[in-house]
Design a protein around this ligand. Structure first.
Ligand SMILES: [Mg+2]
Length: 177
């Protein structure tokens, strides 16, 4: 498989690496090398929702995302959802797929992530958290000591607060990748 330019294949960050440094950085949830993750022992994939799996305006998972979930389950992964958006957002998004999930998750705090991992029966070593934001998703995963995967945001449409954070993210990403 062709490696992307800004793709990092390090399984564990080195001591002294920024706690914001993702273990992997991929173009989207569709280009994550899931076979390699599986080979490295990852079995539980926990996804952020907004701008990771779907745009803010997508009330339901897009067909492409549903196909991805089917493929992942066939490979032997379990899939969960962890969103900082409202409980209503998660309930609507999750109504047909019924994945284990929590919202609001309070990322980068790890309490809800840990709760979800317990529900999914997943240990730290076999869990990856996948999301589009450094200061919530990646930091949360790193703090919890699990594999943290950053993807580029699906759309450039963000709420105001996230737009502000994006500017800061760009600065930090340049420094740590
Ligand atoms: Mg997001």
């Amino acid at each position: 498989m062709k490696k992307q330019k800004n793709f990092t294949t390090r399984k564990f960050c080195k001591k002294g690496d920024s706690v914001l440094r993702p273990h992997w950085y991929c173009d989207s949830v569709f280009t994550i090398p899931y076979d390699e993750l599986y080979a490295r022992g990852i079995r539980a994939l926990i996804y952020d929702i907004d701008n990771t799996l779907a745009g803010y305006d997508d009330a339901l998972p897009p067909p492409r995302t549903l196909e991805l979930f089917d493929r992942l389950r066939e490979k032997g992964f379990t899939v969960g959802l962890l969103s900082n958006n409202t409980h209503e957002r998660l309930r609507g998004f999750n109504q047909h797929i019924q994945l284990p999930g929590f919202a609001p998750a309070g990322k980068p705090f790890t309490t809800t992530l840990t709760r979800l991992m317990r529900v999914m029966g997943a240990t730290k070593r076999e869990t990856a958290l996948i999301g589009d934001q450094l200061f919530t998703d990646v930091w949360c995963g790193r703090r919890a000591g699990i594999c943290a995967i950053l993807v580029k945001p699906l759309t450039d449409k963000d709420v105001l607060w996230v737009r502000i954070k994006r500017r800061l993210e760009r600065v930090v990403l340049k420094r740590i990748l």
